[in-house]
Ligand binder design. Structure first.
Ligand code: C5P
Length: 232
């Protein structure tokens, strides 16, 4: 898979999501389905979007004991998604169990990437609540290396971290980066943002873009602008 724009379909229902995707008559964007939509609509929404020809990143961020994650991943492997994820904080044993569960009898599997530290976690909350005292950028890099050593395919990270992750884990280790905004757009609640062109320059493999596309007056034009800046 090459560089691509993944559209975060953060909608509350299948109806809203499919109406949004109906606007795209030419290209079939790579779609991210998160917890809200998946918990509201169940696996059927994944099958419906897949049947329309979209690639899917199923963003459920699993984190549990290895046996439970392995079994959950075995169920997800049947949904034919392209990328799914978990928390690296579940440790190496959990990540390896996840890979085992995700691998189908024919040896194929979706790509599996790890969340390192959530971008909503800052140094202060990490120290206070998690008792992790190292600088957060070192913690992120350590989690990325642990995910790589466990056999995972990449990480979700800030575009600002993508270059360093590639330096530490290799160019083929995927960096999937939210927090993307147009230079002239609203930042909203994202704190550390980059434009699609900057994310491309720093080496992100996939950018995850939600509201700059979903809330745009013309979502298809906004999507095409992202593709033009990031891919073309
Ligand atoms: O609307 P916006 O472009 O901010 O959407 C970004 C998407 O990426 C959302 O689905 C959000 O949950 C997700 N995400 C994020 N930051 C992370 C991990 C995921 O913004 N660290």
């Amino acid at each position: 898979m090459g560089k691509d724009v993944i559209v975060a379909c953060d909608f509350a229902s299948a109806e809203q999501t499919l109406a949004f995707l109906d606007k795209f008559t030419g290209r079939k964007p790579f779609v991210k389905i998160g917890m809200e939509l998946f918990y509201a609509e169940g696996p059927e929404i994944v099958r419906q979007i897949k049947a329309r020809g979209h690639r899917i990143f199923l963003d459920l961020k699993l984190h549990d004991i290895p046996n439970t994650v392995k079994k959950a991943m075995a169920v997800l492997s049947k949904l034919d998604v392209d990328i799914t994820n978990l928390h690296a904080a579940g440790t190496t044993a959990m990540m390896q169990a996840a890979l085992e569960g995700l691998t189908r009898p024919d040896g194929t599997r979706p790509l599996l990437i790890a969340v390192t530290q959530l971008t909503s976690t800052d140094q202060q909350s990490m120290e206070r609540d998690l008792l992790i005292r190292e600088p957060i950028d070192q913690v992120v890099m350590h989690y990325a290396e642990t995910a790589k050593n466990a056999g995972l395919d990449g990480v979700v990270c800030s575009p600002l971290e993508a270059g360093k992750v590639h330096e530490a884990c290799g160019a083929s280790f995927l960096t999937v980066t939210p927090g993307v905004r147009f230079a002239d757009g609203d930042v909203g609640d994202q704190k550390r943002v980059m434009t699609p062109a900057q994310a491309k320059a720093i080496g992100s493999d996939y950018i995850v873009v939600g509201r700059p596309i979903t809330a745009a007056a013309d979502p298809v034009a906004a999507y095409e602008r992202c593709v033009a800046e990031f891919v073309d």
